[in-house]
Design a protein. Sequence first.
Length: 251
Amino acid sequence: MKDRPLIGINTDYRATTKGRTPHSYMHSGYFDCILSANALPVMIPPLIKEHDLAPILEQLDGVLLTGGDDLDPKKMGLSPHPAVTVMPERREASDRMLCKLIQQMRMPVLGIGLGMQELNVVNGGGIYLHLPEDMPRGIPHRDLQGGVHRHTVIMEPGTRLEEIYGPGEIRVNSYHHQGIRKLAPNFRTGALAPDGLIEAYEGREKGWWVVGVQWHPENEGNISLDMQLIEAFTTAAATWNRVPLSLAKAS
């Protein structure tokens, strides 16, 4: 078991605009919660070529996929929607490549918010573009004024999520207008909102630790329940036997 596993964290990206140079950045909560879980964060810039990303991944023990703006509907075969804020093309290309390589290596991964949705899409799932229209009878999943919004989620019995959070329900923060419409075949539901929306999933394969959550555990100042999730992730990373990508592809 590694004393302090290396956890890669993908960065957001903003292209050149008038008066601003291009830059990458991330919410400090992502790397602070990894540090609090006795792991070391490694920032991954938005690289779009496999031969640039792969050597970085081969030095890591796990990846945390961060939140952000929305996936481009056109890349999923869907029509544009006025409520969709499309992320920069460079970030989406990089994130999709990152998800693909993580899946091939069976590297421990925690997807948060957008990261959860991306990992699901790359693995064959689908998303709702705008929940107020797609699930008009659903509960609110964000504050329209941009404030803090919370609702309950119910853990599915017999899942990794139930092991981490305990049985029953918990209250989580909620900032999203999209969600999981179709779950990827290699994932299973870990937690549901009261309206039936999938709020968390996990991997079906015993050899691949993967969890996706729609809420943001990094935003709550390292409260105990959310740190249980982060610590479960870093523990999985610390005990993972890294496999070179070339061998992973061949298997």
